[in-house]
Design a protein. Structure first.
Length: 338
């Protein structure tokens, strides 16, 4: 299920961690979880914390930023922050991206370390925390929730406890991505594609994700839109342009000797371009196969009028392993590890 949400610069499935010293409870829980959920279970709290706090490469939202010094400036205080959007789509080549932890579900009453202490020792502030409690511990859980130590609590002996956890995972994962995307979104404000904050486009985009079973997406530029993947790693490119951008494509085609039919299709908004290769790579404009770069154009009226096209298996300039670097392959690896 896809919750309504303000679109993020990127989104992919993450891993849920379950922690409980009761092995039989974890075994029963595993039988009730969705097959398409990535999760790991721990009966030992310290081992779970070691997994959650395991050092690794910086997450994507940090890797997108770098510092550089303005020309002629020698003081460190004049360093500027650069946002490299191209790194966002290249995350699909990272087969370990799904190991990122967004949600932790932990039992309160455990030997050695209780659930609240466990949550306080989680180093990543963006991870969302769900606490299993007994009826007698509900007051403690409410206080922890109000203090921001946990994000939700669920009475463990509630017959619907597992369903309540499963039903909350989408919104908690969205909350996680909302938190880690905050800096990216603020940095994009001056030059952000308007469709990121268009409610009509958001509704359209989430419907598109459901129809094609897209489980992850990444913001891309030139042309604007998204790179999307289903759980088996089939790539799609959603091109999203406003009227001015399609007009610019028509002018580009006219200036480079495109056939009249190509220019007319762009001007009439019948097709739009996905020009993934530069025309300068060809000796003559006549050798440029224009039809290979144009795709059916559809119209969406929101805060702007958007023209879009969904392209299956598009050419991409990234090193993507379509056998191992997709969500289904990760789920299979988790089964083997378990």
């Amino acid at each position: 299920m896809i919750d309504s949400q303000q679109l993020f610069p990127y989104f992919f499935p993450t891993t849920v961690i379950f922690v409980d010293d009761n092995a039989s409870f974890l075994k029963g829980l595993a039988l009730q979880l969705p097959e398409d959920l990535a999760y790991q279970m721990f009966g030992n709290a310290e081992e779970a914390l070691a997994r959650i706090n395991q050092p690794g490469p910086p997450p994507l939202y940090q890797r997108c930023f770098s510092h550089y010094r303005a020309s002629g400036v020698d003081t460190g205080s004049e360093q500027l922050i650069h946002l490299d959007i191209s790194l966002i789509e290249r995350e699909v080549s990272n087969a370990d991206r799904f190991r990122e932890i967004a949600v932790v579900v932990v039992d309160y009453d455990m030997p050695g370390i209780d659930g609240l202490t466990f949550c306080k020792r989680i180093e990543n502030p963006h991870i969302r925390k769900v606490l299993f409690t007994g009826v007698a511990d509900e007051k403690i859980a409410v206080e922890a929730f109000n203090a921001g130590v946990i994000d939700r609590f669920i009475i463990k002996n509630d017959p619907n406890a597992v369903n309540r956890v499963v039903d909350s995972l989408d919104s908690l994962q969205n909350a996680y991505f909302r938190g880690i995307s905050d800096m990216l979104r603020r940095s994009l404000l001056l030059n952000a594609p308007a469709f990121l904050s268009d409610d009509t486009f958001e509704t359209f985009f989430n419907r598109l994700r459901r129809e094609h079973r897209f489980v992850e997406y990444y913001l891309v530029a030139r042309p604007g839109g998204f790179l999307l993947l289903n759980d088996h790693g089939v790539l799609y490119r959603l091109v999203v342009l406003d009227d001015e951008e399609v007009a610019t494509q028509a002018k580009f085609a006219a200036a480079n000797g495109a056939p009249d039919k190509i220019i007319e299709d762009l001007e009439k908004r019948r097709r739009l371009g996905y020009f993934y290769e530069s025309i300068e790579e060809y000796f003559e404009a006549a050798e440029y196969e224009w039809d290979e770069y144009l795709f059916p154009c559809r119209r969406l009226a929101g805060s702007h009028v958007w023209f879009w096209s969904l392209i299956e298996s598009p050419p991409v300039d990234i090193d993507f392993d379509d056998e191992n670097s997709h969500y289904h392959a990760y789920l299979e690896r988790l089964d083997i590890e378990a």
